[in-house]
Write a protein that binds this ligand. Structure first.
Ligand code: NDP
Length: 298
């Protein structure tokens, strides 16, 4: 039995961060200032806090300026919108990221819609979503952008390949499908109402699973030789050690390895790409705002 390859997202992300750091050095030389990323964190959610801290560290490590704005859960929507407007106006800030989810009393769409699309490094603003959908230059959501980079690195030209994306969220599924279409794949988007998901997945040369259900995609669903990108991050109880938990993806990786050409592991696949692409998007936004051409190789 042949065994597929595990795609090393950690190493690819490290390489991308190095390229970003080189690009940052060039930007500083050209403009006399560092690109800046502002991250807004509302509330005390421990997972979000860890994520924001690690974004800050990596931003600084890439040679950029990191600005953190922590606000209490009780902040009103108007105050948050005022902060976004301040950051829109701040010349030192090239990228604005509002850590989601926001508390229930705040309208997420209103907050995202208030970000200057030129600084929308998460790519969630409707202007960037619309640009991506219509094939124009856009800031693209970081996770699907990371997935397409891994796919192109593994497969080269994706043109004509049959791709199935499972999940239709605005953050992953929809932009992922748009990126695959832009690469001339034949794209199907599957979701919770899809009939006979196993057969739909079995057609695909490329499977992207962004569902949030532990190991839902089984090995035998996968067409032999397909490439699988597992976006899912699911915490499950560890059966070997009582009281412990572990992280698994949306695909049963061990089973899938017998069928795939290549698959991203969880953890260590797509996850590390997200922050690396965030840094890349910030550098790209900084170049555009400074009227400079997009940095080469990014
Ligand atoms: P959402 O919950 O927003 O979307 C999940 C999608 O999966 C929905 O479109 C839903 O369909 C679909 N779905 C749910 N159940 C099924 C099913 N049984 N069969 C087929 N489709 C189903 O999640 P996100 O897109 O935000 O995230 C998806 C996963 O990716 C999560 O595990 C998340 O943690 C992870 N993630 C990882 C990131 C990373 O950096 N690696 C970044 C972002 C997310 P419907 O629309 O019909 O409800």
């Amino acid at each position: 039995m042949t065994i597929g390859k595990l795609i090393d997202g950690k190493a690819f992300a490290a390489g991308l961060r190095d390229k970003v750091a080189n690009g940052v050095a060039g930007f500083v030389q050209a403009t006399g200032r560092k690109p800046g990323l502002a991250v807004v964190l509302v509330g005390e959610d421990p997972a979000s806090s860890v994520y924001v801290r690690s974004k800050g560290k990596m931003t600084v490590a890439a040679g950029m300026e990191s600005f953190e704005f922590k606000r209490p859960d009780s902040i009103g929507e108007d105050d948050l919108l005022d902060l976004i407007e301040e950051l829109n106006q701040d010349e030192r800030v090239d990228g604005i990221l509002v850590q989601l989810p926001l508390p229930r009393h705040i309208d997420e769409a209103a907050v995202i819609g208030a970000i200057d699309p030129a600084k929308d490094v998460d790519g969630f603003h409707v202007v960037n979503a619309g640009r991506l959908a219509t094939g124009q230059e856009a800031l693209v959501p970081c996770t699907p952008m990371g997935c397409i980079m891994l796919l192109k690195d593994e497969l080269g030209d994706l043109s004509g390949l049959e791709a199935v994306v499972i999940g239709r969220s605005n953050i992953v599924g929809k932009p992922m499908a748009a990126l695959l279409l832009a690469e001339s794949c034949t794209v199907t988007i599957a979701h919770s109402r899809t009939h006979d998901l196993a057969s739909v997945v079995h057609r695909a040369d490329i499977v992207v699973a962004a569902v949030g259900r532990p190991e839902m995609v089984r090995g035998e669903w996968i067409k032999p030789g397909a490439t699988v990108i597992d976006v899912g991050i699911n915490r499950v109880a560890d059966i070997e050690e009582e009281g412990k938990s572990r992280i698994v993806g949306d695909v049963a990786t061990a089973e899938a390895l017998a069928h795939v050409r290549a698959i991203t592991p969880v953890p260590g696949g797509v996850g590390p790409m997200t922050i690396a692409v965030l840094l890349r998007n910030t550098l790209v936004a900084a170049h555009a705002r400074a009227g400079l051409a997009k940095p080469e190789g990014l």
